[in-house]
Ligand binder design. Structure first.
Ligand code: B16
Ligand code: MG
Length: 216
């Protein structure tokens, strides 16, 4: 059977979480409260709109629709200033080796991310050409753990969900892959990602022989 491979972006291909954090922290500070790295954990894999809602809950701030929209734009502009400076040096270890492994075997590859900035980021770091399909925050309506993002990717790749493999760093992302009946591979802390079918701290721990077993 034909296998398909779906990658999350933030925390799997690049570590953009630190830039999201700095941009949210700047906004929080402007609004007069602190935003910690620990609180930032709740923002991983979550849409921009939902992140702002949580941030305002943390700061106990009631916003008008107009303020809300303005802060969404402001945060994204600050985030894009960081993205603008990104290059290939920010690709996480051994990601190119795994992409190359799949590409040389002609296997279809998709991105499955909540980010609306996914495409420019892949372009910046020079990985866009590896992807047969980009499913991002612009094409999905339901957030992970809803499996929508991965099911669209599976259909775009023309590979049945049960033959898709998902690489994810967020609990909600692993749950989404499991609900979609896909093989879930947790990238990161195995105690956090206990629901994953397989766990690796990062791609340097994933051998070519393990990748071979995924093709069967
Ligand atoms: P944007 P992923 C997610 O990316 C991030 O983990 C999350 O923190 C962010 O809020 C979300 O993208 C939306 O990003 O503001 O760029 O649209 O992990 O799903 O690749
Ligand atoms: Mg992620």
């Amino acid at each position: 059977k034909r296998k398909g491979f779906i990658f999350d972006l933030d925390g799997v291909i690049v570590d953009t979480a630190k830039y999201h954090y700095l941009a949210w922290k700047k906004l929080a500070n402007e609004l007069g409260f602190e935003f910690t790295l620990e609180q930032n954990e709740l923002f991983k894999g979550v849409s921009r709109k939902r992140c702002l809602e949580i941030l305002l809950e943390i700061g106990d701030i009631d916003a008008t629709q107009e303020q809300f929209d303005r802060w969404m734009i402001e945060k994204n502009e600050d985030y894009l200033d960081f993205i603008d400076k990104m290059d290939a040096s920010e690709i996480l270890a051994d990601v190119p080796r795994v992409l190359e492994f799949l590409k040389t075997r002609d296997l279809p590859i998709a991105l499955g991310s909540a980010s609306k900035n996914a495409k420019p980021i892949l372009e910046k770091v020079g990985l866009l050409s590896y992807f047969n399909s980009i499913v991002d925050g612009n094409s999905v309506t339901k957030a992970k753990p809803d499996p929508e993002v991965f099911l669209i990717a599976s259909s775009n790749l023309n590979v049945e969900p049960k033959n898709c493999v998902v690489f994810e760093d967020a609990i909600a992302g692993i749950q989404a892959a499991n609900i979609a009946q896909m093989t879930s591979i947790g990238i990161g802390d195995s105690d956090t990602l206990v629901e994953a079918d397989y766990n690796f701290n990062d791609f340097t721990e994933m051998s070519d022989s393990f990748l071979e077993t995924l093709l069967k």
